[in-house]
Design a protein around this ligand. Sequence first.
Ligand code: ZN
Length: 127
Amino acid sequence: MKNWRYKLERFMIGRNGADQLSQAIVMFGMVLYVVYFISGEQFFNICSTAALFYALFRVFSKNVAARSKENAVYMRYIQFVKTKWEYRKTHKVFLCKKCGKIVRVPKGKGRIEVTCPVCRTSIIIKS
Ligand SMILES: [Zn+2]
């Protein structure tokens, strides 16, 4: 038992491992499999399998830099969606077109000029 764990740890050295994006892809693959199970449509079965293999590829990938970059893009998108949902009633949330910073402005102010707090770019927003 201990030997197995040691071998697995050795095998995973220098590999990406199960990051948030891989976990999300596995979840997505499972959802597709449920859809396949209910509908019996072979297309969903193929997509589900492809998603699971892609997740495996990401977990065992030795190109950690590229996988980290993909995961960072995914995490930033999740953060954006979370912020948008959290402030959905009071603020308009958007991404700065230049630096990608998540910016929020109060709703109901009409057309206003917003300056990005990071890169100082001016954006005209209808809130
Ligand atoms: Zn900016």
